[in-house]
Ligand binder design. Structure first.
Ligand SMILES: NC(=O)c1ccc[n+]([C@@H]2O[C@H](COP(=O)([O-])OP(=O)(O)OC[C@H]3O[C@@H](n4cnc5c(N)ncnc54)[C@H](OP(=O)(O)O)[C@@H]3O)[C@@H](O)[C@H]2O)c1
Length: 206
């Protein structure tokens, strides 16, 4: 299994490190030349390589770690069975006013799924601050593991992401389909919330 990460800022770097710590092969990309990622890659484990955005988009798992408004600039094609992890958040002030999102006619991850033309989009990692994620990761069976909310329309894709989340040190709480992901959006009760699985389930309904 290989993981492509599009975006090499806070999210791309933090997730790249966490995935590489558990031995996953990662291609980290951004919109500039591959060579310009050399200093970032140098600080990571050897399972992380720099690549183009097209190369990152051609992996088994593709992580979106860009501002939401960059979506339209990303490739639309991923592998037929690829799982797309949507770690983005929609902020009107940064990404531009979109009434369909601010008025909750649709979720931002449903727009991501439309962009890629796949049901295998899983919203994950967008609620947790990357400044904290490494210190919050805990070994399996730790009593103080926190949970990351996920949502998606494809059960197998969600299982793949759940396995990855558990491997790097968290539990996963399934909120349902992408249409059920409002609580995990930037204007929802789970945004920046940290808690264990029961606390995340309770917070989702607040
Ligand atoms: N920061 C957090 O703690 C956190 C936590 C969870 C989720 N999020 C969400 O995750 C996303 C990324 O956040 P971040 O903090 O990592 O942002 P960031 O530090 O600003 O990094 C964004 C990355 O995306 C790249 N990028 C921008 N437009 C692109 C495009 N069209 N094609 C390819 N790459 C592009 C940027 O490249 P340039 O350097 O060229 O601009 C940069 O590498 C956002 O949607 C954010 O809301 C953030």
């Amino acid at each position: 299994m290989s993981i492509g990460i599009i975006g090499s800022g806070n999210v791309g770097r933090a997730l790249g490190q966490l995935f590489s710590h558990v031995g996953e092969k990662v291609i980290l990309s951004h919109r500039h030349g591959v060579a310009s990622l050399a200093p970032v890659i140098a600080e990571m484990r050897s399972t992380v390589e720099a690549g183009t955005v097209a190369e990152a988009a051609d992996q088994d798992i593709v992580v979106l770690a860009v501002p939401f408004n960059a979506l339209d600039e990303l490739p639309t094609k991923v592998k037929a069975d690829a799982v797309v992890i949507d770690a983005t958040n929609y902020f009107p002030s940064r990404d531009g006013e979109r009434s369909a999102l601010t008025e909750h006619h649709t979720t931002s991850s449903e727009l991501v799924a439309q962009h890629f033309g796949t049901k295998k989009v899983v919203k994950a990692f967008n609620t947790i601050a990357m400044t904290k994620i490494r210190s919050l990761a805990k070994p399996n069976q730790s009593s103080d593991r926190i949970a990351i909310p996920i949502a998606g329309d494809d059960a197998a894709a969600k299982q793949t992401v759940t396995n990855l989340i558990e491997k790097i040190g968290f539990d996963a709480v399934d909120l349902g389909g992408l249409a059920d992901s409002y609580p995990a959006q930037a204007d929802g009760p789970l945004f920046l919330f940290t808690g264990d699985a029961d606390q995340v389930r309770a917070q989702a309904n607040k």
